[in-house]
Design a protein around this ligand. Structure first.
Ligand SMILES: Cc1cc2nc3c(=O)[nH]c(=O)nc-3n(C[C@H](O)[C@H](O)[C@H](O)COP(=O)(O)O)c2cc1C
Length: 168
């Protein structure tokens, strides 16, 4: 498996916690973390396997730091890239927009030619609507620290095992 680029904001609490756990579960030597707040197009393109940490903010939107990189992403050729997305959301607080940002980012990278992997079942979550849903799966890993905090580590462990088979 080629080295994985793990892109997330280093200035977050929960997203950073999840990213550290993902790194631990893959093994430190398999993952290189890059701060989403300062990443360049060249750095992004230097990885063939990528994991993006994309929490949902502002009632169904991307956080500012991802929003700022979107114009660059819209111009990138992502053919040959395999991308998995994890997202933090709050299904009780924002049931109509649960994890929307994962769907927004997933659609974007797919439209640029990337292969999206790491889908997980919606079973076990309670919400009304989400742009991240495709059939009976999320287009990534859904983490809800606020309402299902005790499941975060086991969900990550399982997801990492899945990704070991999906990354090249
Ligand atoms: C102002 C605000 C808006 C939010 N909007 C959403 C939302 O639309 N959908 C959702 O699933 N979670 C939403 N959340 C919950 C966050 O995604 C959740 O708290 C997450 O753990 C934040 O992760 P971070 O601190 O690593 O950025 C919102 C939180 C806040 C404070």
């Amino acid at each position: 498996m080629k080295k994985i680029g793990l892109i997330y904001s280093f200035n977050t609490n929960k997203t950073s916690l999840a990213a550290r756990k993902i790194t631990e579960d893959f093994g430190d030597d398999k993952v290189e973390s890059v701060n989403a707040e300062t990443i360049t197009e060249k750095e992004f393109l230097s990885f063939d396997n990528l994991i993006l940490g994309v929490p949902t903010w502002f009632d169904g939107e991307l956080p500012n730091y991802w929003d700022e990189f979107v114009p660059a992403l819209e111009d990138l050729d992502l053919k040959g890239k395999t991308i998995a997305i994890f997202g933090n959301g709050n299904q009780k607080g924002y049931p109509e927009n649960f994890l929307d940002a994962v769907g927004i980012m997933g659609n974007l990278v797919e439209s640029r030619g990337a292969k999206l992997v790491g889908f997980t079942p919606v079973k076990g979550y309670l919400f009304e609507s989400s742009q991240a849903v495709r059939g009976d799966h999320f287009a990534g890993l859904a983490l809800d620290f606020e309402n299902q905090g005790t499941q975060v580590n086991s969900r990550i462990r399982k997801w990492v095992e899945q990704l070991k088979g999906e990354f090249k």
